[in-house]
Design a protein around this ligand. Sequence first.
Ligand code: NAP
Length: 411
Amino acid sequence: MFEKVKPPEEGEKIRFEDGKLIVPDNPVIPYIVGDGIGVDVVPAAITVLSEAAEKIGKEIVWFEIYAGEKAYKLYGDYLPEDTLRAIREFRVALKGPLTTPVGGGYRSLNVTIRQVLDLYACVRPVYYLKGVPSPIKNPEKVDIVIFRETTEDVYAGIEWPRGSEEALKLMDFLEREFGVRIRKDSGIGIKPISEFATKRIVRLAIRYSIENGRKSVTLVHKGNIMKFTEGAFREWGYEVAKEEFGDYVITEEELWNDYGGEVPEGKIVIKDRIADNMFQQLLTRTEEYDVIVTPNLNGDYLSDMAAGLVGGLGIAPGSNIREDMGVFEPVHGSAPKYAGQNKVNPTAMILTGALMFEFLGWKEGAELIKKAVEMTIQQRIVTYDIHRHVGGTLVGTKEFAKAVVENLHSL
Ligand code: NAP
């Protein structure tokens, strides 16, 4: 079945039956070390996750698969079919960062993985861990989950360079058919946003909010300018909320007119904000936001900014999911200048693992991991990124993970 990798003989597959993920106590979980600091953070996270699993009576049977430079050496291909097949087959994978060349070179492997596997939701929780330095006064007020659509928008990869036959042909067509003139020295990109993709991610976000007792879902868009893409995202979002979750959701208008501004028990407020406003709202009225759902580009910017509020990229976990499959990766990239130095913070990668535990239904394990990380930071055992702001005992990636494991044992 696989060309160059061999799945472990022990362990069982995660299955998806009758709309539910069936997770055995000893799942096989493929992992990708990835490029740059992947060699530092992935092994560190695996150590912590294996221990956390054991603590709740489970065993993860790890299975290494390849993407990026390591895959190129082994397969002559940056994203071999073996890797995609393993993720499809085993359903859940842990992934380190992958380098993407800017401008030319190959297309982003991260984007390709999401699109080929139709992992349409990039879900990034952003919450504060006590002891982490933050640029804002009350970082503990940040507790949001961003649902970013990842198959469409200007990231869909429909673009042609300046002067290419395709770009020129398209410009001719637009001018001839619609009288639209574009400067001939333009590169061209296309921004599709569909009803189908919008509704399925808003549906996922609302369902998540109901299951996790969240209070509001905010649609973030730039619909004042891009009316038929971003504006439509907003319209379709409200539509799915009203048509499919009418018993659970109320609009902001109803909140004020009918409920005096207090969200009634068991209800979720659905609201929308224009993206530029949202950036300042998250800073100034942080606690008013809970679950956020947004198209691809807004979501990309917003997630990094939100991560910055609670301590930066070294802390921020992420996932790319659909109902029956998930690839779990930190928000940060491969930070090549620090690769292999046992220096960077593995927290983002470890908390990414906690997110994976939640997806597997191992909530107790996820909580243990979060607590152990928080304890470690509060003991001021920190990597350089935190140390430069608050001091404490400066440790490397491995040593930080070791301290987290020790704290796990004490819980
Ligand atoms: P980056 O790799 O995320 O690094 C940017 C900066 O963030 C680092 O220089 C460092 O800041 C800080 N940082 C990131 N990870 C950290 C960690 N674990 N601990 C402590 N600090 C950390 O972003 P980039 O330099 O823009 O991108 C590098 C490559 O990664 C690019 O090829 C990009 O395309 C790719 N990328 C991949 C993914 C992915 O795989 N999903 C995501 C984003 C980017 P200081 O130097 O200030 O300490």
